[in-house]
Design a protein around this ligand. Structure first.
Ligand code: FPP
Length: 228
């Protein structure tokens, strides 16, 4: 068994899951929330200290307005429910990413969810919203350039509104069949093990995470060194 892990997930395939069922894309996002809930529950029972979930990238603003609005509404309704579930399970919920472009009601729900779960310490779930790794890296570089020798990882955490840096990603999972990073945690994934699955996000859930962790357990990590 490995030490406690930071797992990050690119939750992809909601739209195709819905299309395959003749449903609107937004139904896929609703099903995605259920999958998220199951995955978080499984993560809390696993050897994971941090779970970072890519829910809305800075490039997702380019989607049709109706889909963006539906996603923001989904966040508004689901964040309080998720925060309540997290609180019960001793899970801390926080959001990383830019906060200056999110609608006010979403911001309010983020603040409430973070306040409600801030003392929980069983698992830290970080939801990435309006997140772009390149944007954060650029902001951190400018900050360090202007303010001298402050640690870069602290500047980076600050750039995407995390309260503090967390350890690097150990395992990066992407569902939905694509095999790319899509501007997610580029710095923190330097030595991440990558796991790609064709499974659409709404079908991932507990079993999907268990399988990914089993594959991860069988990997040999060398961090550029040689096997012991
Ligand atoms: C990618 O599928 C999924 C998203 C862009 C949204 C992910 C959001 C959730 C799972 C809901 C999060 C909400 C809360 C309240 C935590 P896609 O739409 O890109 O699917 P496609 O590639 O098949 O089109």
């Amino acid at each position: 068994m490995n030490n406690s892990l930071h797992v990050a997930i690119i939750m992809d395939g909601n739209g195709r899951w819905a299309k395959a069922r003749g449903l609107p894309r937004t139904s896929g996002h609703h099903a995605g929330v259920r999958a998220l809930r199951d995955t978080v529950e499984k993560a809390a029972q696993s050897n994971i200290h941090t779970l970072t979930l890519y829910a809305f990238s800075s490039d997702n603003w380019r989607r049709p307005k109706a889909e963006v609005t539906a996603l923001m509404q989904l966040l508004c309704t689901q964040l309080p429910l998720e925060a309540a579930r997290c609180e019960k399970q001793q899970i801390r919920l926080s959001v990383i990413g830019r906060r200056d472009r999110l609608p006010n009601p979403v911001l309010q729900e983020i603040r409430k969810a973070e306040a409600r779960t801030r003392h929980s310490n069983k698992l830290h779930v970080r939801l990435a919203l309006d997140y772009s790794a390149r944007d954060a890296l650029e902001r951190a570089a400018i900050h360090v350039g202007q303010n001298g020798n402050g640690g870069f990882v602290h500047a980076l955490a600050q750039a995407y509104n995390a309260s503090a840096p967390v350890p690097d990603v150990d395992l990066l999972i992407r569902t939905g069949g694509e095999q790319r990073l899509s501007d997610f945690l580029l710095w923190e994934c330097a030595y991440a093990e990558l796991y790609f699955t064709p499974c659409y996000w709404p079908d991932f859930g507990k079993e999907g995470l268990a399988e990914a962790l089993a594959v991860f357990d069988a990997r040999q990590r060398r961090f550029g060194g040689v096997p012991a």
